[in-house]
Design a protein around this ligand. Structure first.
Ligand code: GLY
Ligand code: MN
Ligand code: MN
Length: 439
């Protein structure tokens, strides 16, 4: 719990004399009265470690009775019998180290009091409209007490970028979680390479991987698995995963698990029949070289743009060599006229969210510079759709992406997803293995 307390202290130093409210995640209905699995809000988790829904953390540095307060569900024998155990107020105060605890049912009464005498209020302004409306109602109530001598918040400020900037650099525990997630996901990719084959269905491969995610101790997928055979790989967010695999096609799998809410994010592309064709090899080598070029840029002082530019140059030269594009490298780079085949960024921050909710540019609008402890993906790809008549016929229907998770260290970087092979020979070898060895 010490780490959460340290994070709250750091956030206090960024808030000044402002108050802040951070809600837990919300239970979402899937159908009528049945829900999706609950997933805690990342920022709330980052600052409390508390796992329950219907909770709200308050920073109120001007409140004389205590500067942190947690609203949560009270103990309730009947509700707990049906829905699961609750920590309850007393234990929460003892375990979580907050100054004050209140029942969530007291929110309307207590929260306005806690916000008194703060000049501004930080909260998520853009993705939680109900909370903004509620906060405005509280502030309207406070502002109406004109003759009282309390200061009421007059400014609302968006909070996530502040917490996002704290989340950019990962501490040792966070790195351990992501490493563990990457290791489990790597094992699942190895199993998928061994298992996939002619006439198997995409969903069988997905099910095997997600079985391994859970069996190995993660909480499950960090995001919806993409298991895309052949031309399906050219749909970037293909999640139907319900077609039959063909031995002469490639299989692109973008799947990763989360450990203690920390994500891994891996893509591998391999031949369903176990051996790459000459054409598949040619495209694969270009993507692999682009990935390595971007990796060589991944060090303190550089930025995600260095990675992207390095990968893009290799990919676009590759598209010229493959005769998918005509013209010159410099003209395509200048006009960005390669986006039909290389349409997305080379990477994103990785952490509590798979696309970690941290800033990409600083206040001067320049790129965030890599520092030790930052973690991101490198995921170049080439997408050559079957329907595109500008693509040489023998290459049509090939879609390849290779994605690793990378930690910046004091002397360069560490690839956290090294368990999943990506060199051609190693991939082909993994395809020959028995998937049962991974169970
Ligand atoms: N799996 C999501 C991504 O690669 O960004
Ligand atoms: Mn990614
Ligand atoms: Mn991915």
């Amino acid at each position: 719990m010490e780490i959460y307390s340290q994070r709250r202290e750091k956030l206090f130093s960024l808030l000044g004399d402002g108050a802040a409210i951070i809600p837990s995640g919300v239970e979402k209905i899937k159908s009528f009265d049945t829900g999706y699995p609950f997933r805690q809000d990342s920022n709330f988790n980052y600052l409390t470690g508390f796992e329950e829904p219907e909770s709200l953390l308050v920073f109120c540095p001007q409140n004389p009775e205590g500067k942190t307060a947690l609203f949560l569900r009270p103990k309730d024998k009947l509700a707990e019998m049906w829905e699961g155990r609750r920590m309850g107020l007393d234990k929460a105060k003892e375990v979580l180290g907050v100054d004050l605890v209140f029942s969530i049912h007291e929110l309307d009464k207590k929260l306005p009091e806690l916000l008194e005498n703060h000049s501004k209020l930080y909260l998520d302004l853009f993705s939680n409209r109900p909370l903004v409306d509620k906060a405005l109602r509280y502030l309207t109530k406070l502002a109406g007490r004109k003759k009282s001598k309390i200061i009421s918040p007059q400014n609302l400020i968006n909070l996530p970028p502040l917490i996002g900037s704290m989340r950019l650099r990962k501490d040792a525990t966070e790195i351990e979680n992501i490493k563990k997630a990457a290791e489990i996901s790597g094992k699942a990719h190895l199993a998928a390479m061994a298992f996939a084959g002619h006439e198997k269905n995409e969903y069988e491969v997905q099910a095997l991987m997600e079985y391994i995610f859970k069996k190995e101790g993660s909480q499950g997928s960090a995001y919806q698995s993409i298991v895309a055979g052949g031309n399906n790989a050219n749909v970037l967010h293909y999640i139907n995963n319900n077609e039959v695999l063909k031995k002469d096609d490639l299989l692109l799998i973008d799947a990763g698990c989360e450990v203690n809410l920390y994500a891994s994010d891996i893509t591998r592309t391999f031949p369903i029949g176990g051996r790459f064709s000459a054409e598949q090899k040619e495209v694969y080598q270009i993507v692999l070289e682009a990935q390595k070029k971007a990796l060589s840029q991944s060090k303190i002082g550089n930025t995600l743009t260095h990675n992207h530019d390095a990968a893009t140059e290799v990919l676009v030269q590759g598209l010229l060599d493959l005769k998918v594009l005509k013209g010159t490298l410099s003209e395509h780079l200048e006009k960005q006229s390669f986006k039909d085949y290389w349409p997305h960024g080379t990477g994103h921050w990785l952490g509590l969210d798979v696309h970690d909710n941290s800033p990409y540019v600083n206040e001067e609008k320049s790129d965030i510079v890599f520092e030790e402890g930052m973690i991101f993906t490198i995921e170049p790809g080439l997408y050559l759709p079957a329907e595109d008549s500008n693509v040489p016929e023998k290459l049509r229907g090939i879609g390849i992406r290779i994605e690793d998770d990378v930690l910046i260290t004091n002397n360069g970087h560490e690839i956290l997803t090294h368990h999943a092979p990506k060199e051609i020979e190693a991939v082909e070898e993994a395809c020959q293995k028995n998937y049962r060895d991974f169970l």
